[in-house]
Design a protein around this ligand. Structure first.
Ligand code: HEM
Length: 478
C-alpha cells in the first residue's frame, strides 16, 4: 500500500486543499446543502483550484472562469463524463436521467434528441407558447400576487408542456405537483454525501438484501416513472381521441429510432425535458423578483427602457422588441449570475489522465466549476453582490457566461419575456418587517413562497391592459 501511494504521488499531483479524515475525506466539512458559501471560503484560501476528497472520489474545484474555460470548455472531450452514482443515477433514475449519465453512446443519443428540440433554431416553436403563458403570468400576478411563486412555476412548466406534450399546465394539476416533488428529491439526492453508496463504492458490492437504501431508491424510481408514464398515457389518450395537435412527443414516440431506446429511456427523455425545463426558469425568475424588491435602482432603469419602447401601459413588450431592449437582456444575464442556484456547479468527470499547469490529474478525478465563488468574486465581477445589469452592457467589462446547458436558449427566452412583462406591469417591494436574505433565497422550494415580497400593479392603466391582454390567455385551449 505504501509502495502504491509512493508510485501514485510520483505520477500525479493535485492542487492543495483542506486536510480530511481517513475514509471519509472532507465529506463532513462540506455542508449537506447550500454549499456555495463554504466553497467560496475554500477558494479564497487556496486560490484558483482546490482539491477535496469525498470518500472514494477526488474533487477538484475550479474557482475562476479562466480555469473553467481552460479545462471544462477547451478540453471538454475528456472532461465531460459524470461520476458514478449507484443510488441517484442507477437505482433512482434507472440509469436513464441524462444529466447524470456518463459520457458515452447512450448519453450522446439522448443529448442529440434534446438538442433537436431545444436548440436556438427552434426559438420560433417556443415563442408563441412563451407569449401566451407570460400573458397568463401577468394575469396571475394581478389576481393573486401572494401566489407569485406558483405563477412562475405554472408559467415555466406550461411552456415546456405545450411544446413537448401539446398541453397547457393548470396550477391544480396533481401530476405536475408530483413532478416538482420528484425533481426536488432528485436534487436532494445529488448533494455530495447525501447517499453513502454514491461515494463509498464498496457498499455497492454488498449483497443486494443488505443494501439498506435499495427499497428507498426503488420507491423513488417507481414514483418518478409513474409521473412520466401518467403524462405519456394522457398524451396517448388524447391522440386516440384526436384531441392532440402534433407536438414533440407525438413525433418522438412515432420515430423509428425511438423504439431502440427502450421504454424506460423513452419515458425519461420526455420526463427530463419536463424536469429540466420547469425548475430552472422558475428559479431564475424568483431570483430576479428578489433582486427587484431589494434594489429599485435597476428596476427604474428597466421600466424606463420598457416604457420608452412600449409606451406607458400601451402594450406588453414582445420578442420583436428584444433588439430595442438591451437593458432587459442584461437583466436576464444578471439573473443567471447573481446568486447561481447550481452553487457548486454540476460534477464533470475526467476520463483520462491529464496535465495542466504543473498539475497531473488522474483519470476519474471529478471537476466542478465553483459557480457561487466565481459569481461573487470581485476579480471576476465588480461589485459582485449587487444586482447590476449594466455590467453586461459593455462586453469589455464582462466576457464570461457560457454554460454547457442544452436548454440554455429556452431558459434565456423564458426568463426574458416573463421578466420584461412582469417589470413592465408591476412594482416589487420588500416587507420591512421580513427582509429578503439574498444569500439564502431558497428558490428551489415549490410548496410555499421562498421569501416575502409585496407586488403591486404599476397603475390603473396597467391593470386595464392586463385585463385586456392577459386575462384572455387563461382560457386558451389546444
Ligand atoms: C433557465 C435557466 C437554466 C439554467 C441556469 C440551467 C443550468 C444548467 C446547468 C448549470 C447545467 C449543467 C451543465 C454541466 O454539467 O456543465 C444544465 C444542464 C442541463 N440543462 Fe439546463 N439550465 C437552464 C434551463 C434549462 C432548460 C429550459 C432545459 C430544458 C428544457 C434544460 C435542460 C438541461 C439538460 C437536459 C441538461 C443536462 C446536460 C447534460 O448532462 O449533458 N436547462 N443546465
Amino acid at each position: 500500500k505504501l509502495w502504491n501511494n509512493y508510485q501514485w504521488s510520483r505520477k500525479y499531483k493535485l492542487p492543495p486543499g483542506p486536510k480530511g479524515v481517513p475514509y471519509f475525506g472532507n465529506m463532513f466539512q462540506m455542508p449537506p446543502f447550500h454549499q456555495g458559501p463554504w466553497a467560496k471560503e475554500m477558494a479564497e484560501k487556496y486560490g484558483e483550484m482546490f482539491t477535496i476528497k469525498v470518500a472514494d472520489n477526488t474533487w477538484v474545484f475550479l474557482n475562476s472562469s479562466r480555469t473553467v474555460n481552460a479545462l471544462l470548455e477547451k478540453r471538454s472531450a475528456i472532461y465531460s463524463s459524470r461520476p458514478r452514482f449507484p443510488y441517484t443515477s442507477t437505482l433512482m433514475s434507472g440509469g436513464c436521467r441524462m444529466v447524470v449519465q456518463p459520457y458515452g453512446p447512450q448519453w450522446r443519443s439522448i443529448r442529440k434528441i434534446m438538442h433537436s428540440i431545444l436548440n436556438i433554431k427552434n426559438a420560433a416553436t417556443f415563442a408563441p407558447f412563451q407569449d401566451l403563458e407570460s400573458r397568463h403570468l401577468v394575469w396571475d400576478y394581478l389576481c393573486k400576487p401572494e401566489e407569485w411563486f406558483r405563477a412562475n412555476q405554472r408559467f415555466a412548466n406550461s411552456v415546456i408542456m405545450s411544446v413537448v406534450f401539446a398541453k397547457r399546465a393548470e396550477s391544480s394539476d396533481e401530476n405536475i405537483e408530483k413532478l416538482f416533488d420528484t425533481s426536488r428529491e432528485f436534487i436532494a439526492a445529488l448533494q455530495p454525501g447525501a447517499n453513502l453508496v454514491d461515494t463509498f463504492y464498496i457498499l455497492d458490492r454488498l449483497p443486494k438484501p443488505l443494501q439498506w437504501w435499495r427499497v428507498r431508491g426503488n420507491r423513488a424510481f417507481q414514483k418518478v416513472l409513474k409521473v412520466y408514464t401518467t403524462e405519456v398515457n394522457d398524451l396517448k389518450r388524447r391522440m386516440t381521441e384526436n384531441k392532440c395537435p402534433p407536438c414533440f412527443a407525438t413525433h418522438f414516440l412515432s420515430a423509428p429510432e425511438t423504439a431502440k431506446l427502450g421504454e424506460t429511456q423513452t419515458l425519461f427523455a420526455l420526463g427530463s425535458l419536463m424536469e429540466a425545463g420547469s425548475d430552472t426558469s422558475r428559479m431564475t425568475l424568483s431570483q430576479i423578483i428578489a433582486a427587484a424588491a431589494k434594489d429599485p435602482r435597476w428596476v427604474k432603469k428597466a421600466q424606463d427602457e420598457l416604457d420608452a419602447i412600449c409606451g406607458y401601459a400601451v402594450r406588453l413588450p414582445d420578442f420583436s422588441d428584444r433588439h430595442d431592449l438591451p437593458y432587459m437582456s442584461a437583466v436576464t444575464k444578471e439573473g443567471f449570475r447573481w446568486r447561481p442556484f447550481a452553487e457548486i456547479g454540476v460534477p464533470h468527470m475526467l476520463i483520462k489522465d491529464d496535465e495542466f499547469e504543473g498539475y497531473r490529474f488522474p483519470k476519474d478525478t471529478v471537476f466542478t466549476w465553483n459557480s457561487w465563488a466565481i459569481a461573487l468574486d470581485e476579480r471576476e465581477h465588480k461589485d459582485a453582490l449587487r444586482f447590476w445589469p449594466e455590467r453586461w452592457l459593455d462586453p469589455e467589462i464582462e466576457g464570461f457566461g457560457r454554460r454547457v446547458c442544452t436548454g440554455y436558449h429556452v431558459g434565456d427566452t423564458n426568463v426574458w419575456i416573463a421578466a420584461a412583462r412582469l417589470l413592465y406591469c408591476f412594482n416589487f417591494a420588500e416587507n420591512p418587517e421580513h427582509k429578503i436574505d439574498t444569500m439564502n433565497l431558497n428558490v428551489g422550494e415549490h410548496r410555499f413562497a421562498p421569501f416575502e415580497v409585496n407586488i403591486t400593479v404599476r397603475s390603473e392603466r396597467h391593470k386595464e391592459l392586463i385585463e385586456r391582454i392577459g386575462k384572455p390567455a387563461v382560457g386558451v385551449k389546444y
